[in-house]
Design a binder for this molecule. Structure first.
Ligand SMILES: C=C(O[C@@H]1C=C(C(=O)O)C=C[C@H]1O)C(=O)O
Length: 254
């Protein structure tokens, strides 16, 4: 059964964001298993007359084509990176709860996310080197990109519940197209601090080597630098989630 409309509360949407942290942190650890693997991003590596672009673009675009046909983007929580290539779903439709305003469908910041991911994020936590696993690397980039994308676009749901809880506060700012005022009103600094701390803790725990030998000091060994996870949230995930919220609110009264 679809989630009932009244089950979307600030508490329930925040719980969904907390759960998505697990997927993102694991995604980071999984991508960090591979070195940078330059050929994954090399525009001249893939040799086929049918496709121009890097291997990661090839994997993401083709995966999205299949997933769109299988119905993935029928769920309003999902947003593709290359919507221009997609065909409609081939499967019967499911009655997803419609709580979002119709303007939500036109909000997709994946092009910015794509650029940030490859220009800023990857170099921050991936070791240099080449182990030949380019297809696997592209697949792990895709999983991580999808997880981050889902998280930041969940801002649409967060904004909707915030609006419903206090329309009297949001409406004047929306009518005045006051981005700054909206940003201030939807920001909860103490929640952001908790999110960053929790994500760093999850990265510490999930990234630990597990040993059954109590004398083994490998507990200390980390597969991943936990501060990267909180930095990712501080610099990109939280600001992008808030940008989606403002974009959504600005369309909320159309
Ligand atoms: C998502 C929310 O909105 C803002 C963004 C946050 C985030 O991205 O983690 C946290 C608090 C708010 O400043 C929220 O209120 O939960």
């Amino acid at each position: 059964m679809a989630t009932a409309e009244n089950e979307y509360t600030l508490d329930s949407v925040r719980k969904a964001l907390v759960r998505e942290e697990d997927t993102i942190v694991f995604g980071l650890i999984e991508r960090a298993k591979f070195p940078f693997n330059f050929h994954t991003y090399d525009q001249n590596y893939l040799q086929t007359p049918d496709f121009r672009g890097s291997l990661v673009e090839f994997v993401v675009q083709n995966t999205e084509i299949v997933q769109a046909k299988a119905g993935r983007y029928e769920n309003p929580e999902e947003n593709p990176f290359f919507p221009e290539n997609l065909q409609s779903s081939l499967v019967p439709s499911y009655p997803f709860t419609k709580i979002l305003h119709s303007g939500a469908a036109s909000i997709n910041i994946n092009k910015s996310l794509w650029k940030i991911y490859f220009d800023d994020l990857l170099p921050l936590f991936v070791a240099s080197g080449d182990d030949g696993n380019y297809a696997q690397t592209a697949a792990s980039d895709l999983s991580l990109l999808q997880a981050i994308s889902k998280r930041v676009h969940y801002g649409k749901f967060v904004a909707e519940v915030k609006f419903r809880e206090s329309p009297q506060d949001y409406e004047p700012l929306i009518r005045a197209k006051d981005r700054e005022g909206l940003m201030k009103l939807l920001t909860f600094k103490s929640v952001e601090e908790m999110v960053k701390k929790r994500v760093e803790k999850k990265a510490t725990l999930f990234g630990q080597e597990i040993s059954l030998d109590s004398n083994d000091d490998s507990k200390e060994k980390q597969r991943f630098d936990p501060s990267v996870a909180s930095k990712l949230y501080e610099k990109w995930v939280i600001p992008l989630t808030k940008e989606v919220q403002v974009d959504y609110l600005l369309r909320r009264l159309d």
